[in-house]
Design a protein around this ligand. Structure first.
Ligand code: 5GP
Ligand code: MN
Length: 357
């Protein structure tokens, strides 16, 4: 625990969960005989895996043995360094095991998503489950009736930060958090804040991060593990995207990059290799809306990023069967790459993108 007076004072003012919620969850955690599942969304990102494994480590520290972490499909190799990574069950590879664990769970934590449809191949078993369901998430417009307890706050940087707040609220301190749990939660916060560069972090984020660093984690090594471990093929794929596949629309406010399945195969694409490519399109001065299109199985998966008040959650929900945050969202379209790009260009070539404010 950081003892400096300033921190102690600031932490006392940390936003805690209301007592009802913390009390309810604490009472479930005190029954060591219960079985727990922790689920995250399809195509899990750093916050999904970091928050899930951080919560897993916390439950283990509380002496709870029967905990499973289940993700719908596999995730980027640059997230596999995290403590407890070995225990993750990838449902697309072990579907029966995943279904059995979820159907037999007494308590299911749903992390970093807010609608049962976001867990794809485990959404049916989740929907049928009679477990006590706890939502911990920071996306807008949660499906609140499905969950028994809703911990949802769009003003919190990440689900990992919310897990830290949950732990603090249940324990009245961060004492129980060890280096492993702290590393996972830190990874979630780093990835969802773009290494503390996005507008979604605030004083509280930094106070919590100070506590996590105080547990002895290695922020430099974590940063390297996540961002500086490209394979050569991934780096060349990025180079190809930037030199050959970047389109800036004539209004100079919108840019996009696309990759077909053939192109991905040419660079021996692995899960996570395209992560972050969309941000380069947004890094061009003047660009306010960026998109990345990727052919995946039989759909075109699209990532959107925006600056300031352009609401890409609205864009993804209205036109691309998706959702997300105001400045980072995703969606998908059935059909060809040409059709997806044509729709995008039709929407954003001429119209004033300020209508999405
Ligand atoms: P990404 O572009 O990195 O896949 O996702 C950016 C954000 O949008 C993440 O918060 C992610 O959870 C959300 N997101 C991505 N795809 C979808 C989707 O198809 N539906 C919804 N509701 N959210 C999505
Ligand atoms: Mn998140």
């Amino acid at each position: 625990m950081i003892t400096n007076d300033f921190f102690t004072f600031a932490l006392m003012n940390l936003v805690k969960l209301n007592n009802d919620i913390a009390g309810k969850i604490s009472s479930y955690l005190s029954d060591k005989g219960k079985s727990f599942c922790i689920l995250t969304h399809v195509n899990p990102d750093g916050d999904a895996i970091g928050s899930a494994l951080g919560l897993y480590g916390y439950l283990r520290s509380k002496g709870i043995d029967n905990v499973s972490v289940i993700v719908p499909n596999n995730y980027a190799l640059f997230l596999h360094w995290m403590p407890f990574n070995d225990i993750v069950i990838v449902a697309s590879e072990y579907q029966k095991l995943a279904n059995d664990k979820i159907s037999n769970a007494d308590v299911v934590f749903c992390l970093d998503f807010n609608h049962p449809s976001r867990v794809d191949n485990i959404s049916e078993v989740l929907t049928k489950s009679r477990a006590f369901k706890v939502l911990i998430d920071h996306h807008p417009q949660p499906e609140s009736t499905f969950f028994d307890v809703v911990i949802s706050n769009v003003d919190v940087s990440s689900t990992a930060e919310l897990v830290a707040i949950l732990i603090y609220s249940c324990e009245n301190s961060f004492d129980i958090i060890d280096k492993d749990v702290a590393s996972c939660l830190y990874a979630g916060i780093v990835t969802d804040t773009g290494s503390f560069s996005y507008s979604n972090r605030n004083t509280q984020t930094y106070l919590i991060v100070a506590e996590l660093i105080d547990k002895g984690i290695d922020p430099v090594e974590i940063q390297r593990s996540i961002y500086d471990t490209f394979t050569e093929e991934r780096m060349r794929l990025l180079g190809y995207c930037l030199s050959e596949k970047l389109t800036v629309l004539p209004n100079r406010k919108v840019a996009y990059i696309s990759l077909t399945a053939d192109e991905l195969n040419r660079f021996n694409h692995k899960e996570g290799d395209t992560e972050g490519i969309v941000n380069y399109a947004l890094s061009i001065g003047g660009i306010e809306l960026a998109a990345f299109f990727m052919e995946r199985d039989d759909v075109i998966k699209i990532s959107f990023r925006s600056r300031r008040l352009i609401d890409v959650n609205k864009i993804a929900r209205l036109h691309f069967y998706g959702g997300g945050h105001m400045n980072a969202s995703g969606g998908k379209l059935k059909g060809s790459m040409q059709q997806a790009i044509a729709l995008f260009e039709q929407l954003f070539s001429n119209q004033d993108i300020n209508m999405y404010l």
